[in-house]
Design a protein around this ligand. Structure first.
Ligand code: ACO
Length: 329
């Protein structure tokens, strides 16, 4: 194992909105069924944020839990890194709004946009800042209000997503625990497989955009599915190899929760049996970058992985982006 300076996950936290939306309820909104959704995706229900509840609000709830777990207060935080595809406002960043909500007044804060791969990218970004000596206590938060950007008239996408937030405190590693490897990749040539066509700087939001629903998520599901399996397998391989760890040595795979069939294909390829794979897509749907940290917090709470466990996280999302990380908890 390499002796380079490392960063470790000191604690985690999560937040799920109270409102549960079942597949049955969705079938009253669009032409779908529990049977179709469950057999194609493994999703039974998802959480939906309340009106007026934003990405920063959810992030605050998850962050406070992670800080409490680490025995830290907001004023101990040096840096806040927020992954979100659903910022509350286009200016300023959700990270700055979160900073204000937390009262983490001594921190720097910024957002980054790598969609569903965000938490795994965020671990590597945090590690970079820690190893470079920019920060000691870094809050990595993934918060997603997907219900605000999906097209509720498009049955092919609205059934897949849910809302939530997950957070982790990353600190310098002082023993053999920590981030053992990271792998990050993207392919911008495939951006239009999963995107929001308008509402940004090139085509600012206006009445025409609203009429075309161009500000909402568009997805080519089948192509995304194929790319997801291919790239998650590549990322898993690369992260294991960089960590010098074999699949046998992985105690738990915590994959992005987009679709149970993508998860099963990734696990099969990585040679990790499904009893070592954490799945919560049935309860939450795809919460984009919040999926992995929410899963990680559940895993730790349930004692499925704890200090010393070696976990593999692997994610895939819009961009396209994909990433994996091997971490000794
Ligand atoms: N209910 C009922 N029928 C539906 C629904 C629905 N919710 N959605 C689509 N259909 C219909 C389609 O209209 C189509 O009908 P047709 O044959 O009459 O045209 C039929 O079902 C089959 O559609 P496909 O898109 O071919 O179905 P597929 O088996 O590919 O499953 C799915 C669709 C579940 C979206 C799959 O492609 C998938 O999971 N793709 C990956 C999507 C994903 O995970 N995206 C996010 C990943 S990245 C990130 O996390 C941001």
């Amino acid at each position: 194992m390499s002796q380079r300076p490392r960063a470790a996950i000191a604690s985690t936290g999560r937040y799920s909105p109270a409102r549960v939306m079942t597949n049955a309820e969705l079938s009253e909104i669009v032409d779908t069924s529990d049977e179709w959704i469950y057999t194609r995706t493994g999703i039974r229900e998802r959480r939906i944020a309340a009106d007026g509840e934003g990405a920063a609000d959810m992030a605050e709830r998850a962050s406070r839990r992670a800080l409490d777990q680490a025995g830290l207060t907001p004023s101990d935080v040096d840096l806040i890194l927020v992954s979100t595809a659903t910022p509350d406002r286009l200016l300023p960043s959700t990270a700055c709004d979160l900073q204000a909500l937390l009262g983490a007044n001594d921190a720097g804060a910024y957002d980054f946009a790598t969609a569903c791969s965000g938490f795994v990218y965020g671990l590597a970004i945090a590690e970079g800042h820690i190893v470079a000596g920019h920060a000691r206590n870094v809050l990595v938060v993934a918060t997603e209000k997907m219900s605000a950007i999906v097209d509720w008239t498009d049955r092919a996408t609205c059934v897949l997503f849910g809302d939530g937030a997950g957070a982790a405190v990353i600190r310098p590693a002082d023993d053999e625990r920590g981030i053992l490897s990271s792998y990050m990749k993207s392919d911008g040539r495939l951006a239009d497989l999963l995107y929001r066509p308008s509402g940004g700087a090139r085509t600012p939001f206006d009445v025409a955009v609203l009429g075309e629903r161009g500000h909402l998520v568009k997805m080519t599901g089948r192509e995304i599915f194929k790319s997801a399996v291919r790239s998650m397998c590549e990322a898993a391989d690369a992260a294991l190899q960089r960590a010098g760890v074999t699949a046998d040595e992985i105690d738990l795979l915590v994959p992005h929760q987009a679709n149970i069939r993508i998860i099963e294909a990734t696990a099969r390829y990585a040679d990790i049996p499904m009893d070592k794979v954490y799945v919560n897509v049935d309860r939450f749907g795809n919460m984009s970058s919040a999926s992995i940290p929410v899963a990680l917090d559940e895993v730790r709470e349930q004692g499925l992985a704890g200090p010393g466990s070696v976990i593999l996280m692997v994610a895939f999302g819009a961009g396209l982006t994909w990433a994996a990380s091997v971490v000794r908890l």
